[in-house]
Design a protein around this ligand. Sequence first.
Ligand SMILES: [Zn+2]
Length: 421
Amino acid sequence: LTWEAAVPVGLRRSPARQDSLRAHNLALVLQQIATSEALSRARIASLTGLTKATVSSLVDDLVQAGLVTELGPEARGAIGRPASALTLNRVGLVGLGIEVNVDYLAVCVTDLAGTARYLRTRIGDNRRQSPGQVLGRAVRMARSAMDAAAAEGLTVAGLAIAVPGLVEAEQGLLRLAPNLGWTDVLVGDFLADRLTPPGLPVLVDNEANLAALGELWFGGHEDLAGFVHVSGEVGVGAGIVVGRELFRGVRGFAGEVGHVSVQSDGPRCRCGARGCLEQVAGQEAILRAAGLAGEAGTSMGQPGGSVAELLARARAGEPRTLRAIHSAGHALGIAVAALVNVVDLDTVVLGGLYTVLEPWLREPLARELSERVLAQPWSPVRVLASRLGPDAAVRGAAGAVVKRVLSDPAAVLGSAGRRGG
Ligand SMILES: [Zn+2]
């Protein structure tokens, strides 16, 4: 590998250097507007080091493309051209997020400022069904979300789908979803073929990855520098974030904490191995250990569902339920301690089902962490409950689309130009 190969793509010399410089500056200006309340052109110029004329021209393009809106002139500047404050356009482009999980589907529309404008969840067991059936339902939910967005004057800039398995993001390919029994599903193509307009960008990613990003972007945490977000569902997945960036591993498969062995001779997992974390601390395993039905329609939020019953029993102090959750917390602690020892993280965020079980999981989990994490005496690992709970992945999916728009506004300008001409 040469040094050249390690330079970020945007910085490489190319014949289109002027174009890429402008693209870079558009992103720079938009980032300033996104991270501040209301900025004037002059203030952006002083923050970025660009000339006022350049900033004005870039801002005009961003306003034209519907990414930025002017709040109107400030009356104070009596002399000269009044300064008008700039902010992200909340009634322009939006991101559409979809989540396909083992026992529910969800969709979310998020505006450029990160506000969820539409969020729907549909509980229902997706196992023993073809990918076409399940994804077909997700497409119908996505169409309803797009109609709702259009009714508010919002335009979907792209969509991202969160799926529970190994994803090859470049091809939009779901390689393996053990709990759904799916292999090699071209999820990206399926959606692109059925959702209009044609050419709408489609991202496919692992649900635990998107849940971690959702928590990072929208969870309202002040200081999440290095954390693992563990999503407890039927499967157990983790998203690892270091320095505000998702750690994906070499092939994008990082974070499969559900298949870390916590009992070398434990129950057989759907992946073929024995004693995987999700066979001991996954949703079905906890329900079974508590004497409740682990099958269909168990997701939280469903009145009368098994998870609602589990919570009611835990609150009532029912001993078998408490033992089941405790033993899940113990197993979770073993797996998470291994992860923390290897990767060096300071925070564990409990997501999905674990969010609502946090009051009972905390003690056994913290005990395993304090016993097993070598650095614990000097840098104790924090345990937090997710602020987004089961919505984290679908919020992260919609957010990923928005983040892409904010980091590369030139792509939006380009496609707006093509649409116009
Ligand atoms: Zn496994």
